[in-house]
Design a binder for this molecule. Structure first.
Ligand SMILES: Nc1nc2c(ncn2[C@@H]2O[C@H](COP(=O)(O)OP(=O)(O)OP(=O)(O)O)[C@@H](O)[C@H]2O)c(=O)[nH]1
Ligand SMILES: [Mg+2]
Length: 294
């Protein structure tokens, strides 16, 4: 059944694609079962950053610019865990900016991922969703995540390239650094250049990045509203090279993803949690059991 659905999705049925992605999201089928050992070709870019910084507005421009060039592009928007904000915002966004030109709209696919439904291994599910999209004729996948916690950092690490979006200075210039996002970023965009403090924040970021290592990501100032710097930002995304530092950091997060996925999929997972909780099993011993058992 999932394979029939895959064929239909590959043939262009969005309905089947949506259902297929839901099956993958719910853990009913894995990308490897659908696609076999063939790894479909494709690229993925994560756009991450604090809530409200303008990621969706920017992605909107990105999707449209890409589709207008005749290329297919898909967006996986990872909902903030709050049931209301993510879904509602995304819905608004699509309605507000739905491209008039039907052929442009045809090249854009948008899907939101409800983190609240997931069992705690969103990043591994996300990796599978990207693979399935690639396998269904969507060679470029954008992932929008709120760069707020460890899980979101791991979501971003699923992508081949990571773009960190920041806004005007909030007096906590190094917050993103703490979250490990700057380390992962291949490019930093400081949005809302039309507001006070954006330029200062860009300068602060450049300074702190220069101290961090030999190959800091570029920091570009832009405004998704006025369009200042937008063209340069979109251009920078076209063939964004990976930094060697970000590659290592990304590999580290992916390894952690794979380990966590194995953990939460273990058949005795719930039992193990209960036993750690009531003190009859030490976490270190549990890890031994899981690793040996597969
Ligand atoms: N002044 C100004 N406002 C902007 C700019 N870009 C986006 N905004 C506004 O910032 C608010 C948040 O924009 P979104 O694109 O939804 O931000 P987001 O980062 O996707 O937010 P979450 O998905 O909730 O994390 C909206 O009210 C936008 O209109 C900009 O360049 N300048
Ligand atoms: Mg958003």
């Amino acid at each position: 059944m999932p394979l029939d659905r895959l064929k239909a999705a590959q043939g262009g049925s969005r309905r089947d694609l949506a259902r297929l992605l839901t099956e993958v999201e719910d853990g009913r089928v894995a990308a490897s079962e659908l696609l076999g050992s063939s790894r479909p070709q494709g690229r993925s870019i994560a756009i991450t950053g604090p809530p409200g910084v303008g990621k969706s507005c920017f992605i909107d421009h990105f999707l449209r610019a890409h589709a207008e060039r005749g290329e297919a592009i898909a967006l996986l928007a990872v909902d903030p865990s709050s049931a209301l904000s993510g879904g509602a915002l995304l819905g608004d966004r699509i309605r507000l900016s739905s491209p008039d030109d039907a052929s442009v709209a045809e090249r854009i696919y948008v899907r939101s991922i409800a983190t609240r439904r997931s069992s705690g291994s969103i990043p591994s599910v996300l990796g599978d969703l990207v693979q399935v999209l690639h396998g269904c004729g969507w060679p470029l996948v954008v992932i929008e995540t709120v760069g707020a916690g460890q899980s979101e950092v791991r979501c971003a690490a699923v992508a081949d390239r990571i773009v960190l979006m920041e806004g005007p200075a909030r007096g906590d210039a190094v917050q993103a650094e703490k979250a490990g996002l700057l380390e992962l970023a291949d490019l930093v965009l400081v949005n809302k250049a039309d507001l006070d403090g954006a330029e200062r924040h860009a300068a602060e970021l450049r300074d702190s990045l220069a101290l961090d290592g030999p190959e800091p990501p570029e920091v570009l100032l832009m405004s998704a509203h006025t369009g200042v710097g937008l063209g340069e930002a979109l251009e920078a995304l076209r063939d964004l090279p990976a930094r060697s530092g970000s590659e290592r950091a990304r590999a580290r997060e992916r390894l952690a993803n794979a380990a966590e996925a194995r953990l939460v999929r273990h058949e005795d997972y719930e039992d193990i949690l209960a036993r750690i909780g009531n003190g009859t099993l030490a976490p270190e011993d549990a890890v031994e059991v899981i690793w040996r058992g597969g």
